[in-house]
Write a protein that binds this ligand. Sequence first.
Ligand code: NAD
Ligand code: UDP
Length: 349
Amino acid sequence: MNEQVVLVTGGAGYIGSHACVELLQSGYRVIVVDNLSNSKIESLSRVKQITGKTLQFYQADIRDKKALAEIFAKEPIATVMHFAGLKAVGESCEQPLNYYHNNVYGTLVLTEVMAEANVKQLVFSSSATVYGEPSCVQYVEDFPLGAVNPYGRSKAMIEDILRDLSVADKHIQTKSPWKIALLRYFNPIGAHESGMIGEDPNGIPNNLMPYVSQVAIGKLEQLAVFGDDYPTRDGTGIRDYIHVVDLVKGHIKAIDALESEKFSLGGCKAYNLGAGRGCSVLEIISAFERVTGRKVNYRVAPRRAGDLAEFFANPELALKELNWKVEKNLDDMVADTWNWQSKNPQGYV
Ligand code: NAD
Ligand code: UDP
């Protein structure tokens, strides 16, 4: 068993809570820092119930340097998994300063404290949104970046900052170099198979899968399918959906890689975490109806501004260097989403 201590920022959130389960089940000790701005503490009680293990929770904002420094002084942290951030594209266009302050400044404070504590192993939640609009729909890590909204740009800026940190090491030839994995997520959906933790969006969901499941359970009346005139196989948008449990397993593999010979001299490297195949909106609806036996009431609506027709990951680098690939299929993602939604129709409340 692994007694290494991992600090999980944003650990009470959707992906972070699943990461806590996976870390605890892999034998890590877990410390969570979360300001609960978009999550409930109940998620962490559920993590403890699922795993039968305990974790340390600090309610703090990652921008609060003093609070973070105290945690690093007290706890023997070896690695940071950095999930804390704001994530809604539309909201980021309305509140860009809030997004840059929370995501970019928050990461600056975190990495400053890490450097001062000489903790230099970091797994960062990046996003496929950093790619912008490449001409090829299967994204490879070395495609040029070009995010098109403040949320995506905040992730791209953080990637730049982390790459700069790693390059600076080479100039000063430090003995403990930064080891950083930038994990570019495609479209995480699904929930832990227990149905005890899952995605609990505030208000009306922006993303497809929580919207579909809230229509199926009767909380929302009708799904709007944003456009059926895209140049795709059925006219609706195509995305690379990935089960959240597969996604967090990728994070454990990233820690393994950062501790391997490959990163012995340090480095900062980006990896796509996706399935490598796309599903259309209509395919999601039909899988949902088939797997759950529930009808999904929908209508076709105009395209949503800023949406691309189709993109999905090329996940070969993650397979080659992290020894990771997805194990779950669309039916698993739908079944686990529904299990969570039907057991928790009001989320964690
Ligand atoms: P989430 O909102 O459920 O979780 C984020 C957590 O961070 C929340 O618990 C929130 O309270 C906390 N938080 C936010 N700002 C904080 C701050 N300043 N200090 C302390 N805690 C703070 O989101 P999620 O879906 O779990 O996403 C986790 C990460 O993955 C985010 O960085 C997000 O941008 C990234 N990501 C998510 C998706 C997705 O579709 N869910 C896709 C790509 C990347
Ligand atoms: N989508 C939709 N109706 C919704 C939400 C999303 O038709 O209510 C479509 C959207 O246009 C895209 C796909 O579903 O083609 C995935 O959208 P989501 O917001 O979940 O992810 P992202 O846009 O970040 O890829």
